[in-house]
Write a protein that binds this ligand. Sequence first.
Ligand code: ZN
Length: 299
Amino acid sequence: MADQLIRATAADGGIRAVSTITTRLTEDARQRHKLSYVATAALGRTMASGLLFASSMKRRGSRVNIRIKGDGPLGGILVDAGLDGTVRGYVEHPDVELPPNAQGKFDVGRAVGKNGYVYVIRDVGYGYPYSSTVELVSGEIGDDLTHYLISSEQTPSALMVGVFADGSGVTAAGGLLIQVMPKAARDESLVELLESRFASLKGFTPLLQAGNSLQDIFEQLLGDLGLEILPEVQMVRFHCGCSHDRVLRALKLFSPMELQDMIETDKGAEATCEFCGSVYQASQEELRELLVELEEKAE
Ligand code: ZN
């Protein structure tokens, strides 16, 4: 099934649900960054979470940044996701591989580490972005971001994200987020019912692998609770807004001496975008133009 995101409500708007399939974009990220299995799972889970987080924002152009920094060998994870369905991200050490954990799953918890922080920044495009930090719970990402939503954004939430990959690449990835709005959160029996249903799910990727659509998954969880699935099926994809021009502008941060050295010693410059792995070349001629601009500004 194509990568996509759909939204639903239930209990007269008291429950908000959003779900996404991110199989292809996770495979895209795996290839771009040459990710190990465990790095694919870690970044894939975080990218699905980013898209789910961004999906509830209202203003066009809104974006969410999720940074996870644990004490495990993978180093930091950074994801940038938009309400428009675009997402990009990277991990600090993409080649770190670990044996599966006791449940036979990718050992994301050990790769990320249990000690550290989750930083989330919500940017609606004007004013100061809203940012908040919580400590990691397990490093498994789903748990950590659920904890973030409950403790920092104070919304009863259940988040499930998963990535399945084998020798042929990523074959299933995505996630599900259910949030209980304040008016429904007072109904403890409803919250308990949702919790028990959510706990009975054996993970998100098994649901996809069993052939369920996102609509089917919503039906199973919320079908008897006044489920309304919104008609829009939003496409989601890996996309980075970097460009040759942006990289050239970034080169202006170097000193004239450093630029001169790039021109004479390196015969140009090469820059790689951390987010998407694109490589940009700046020619000697382009560097000379930058140098002239910088010198004009200095006078
Ligand atoms: Zn890029």
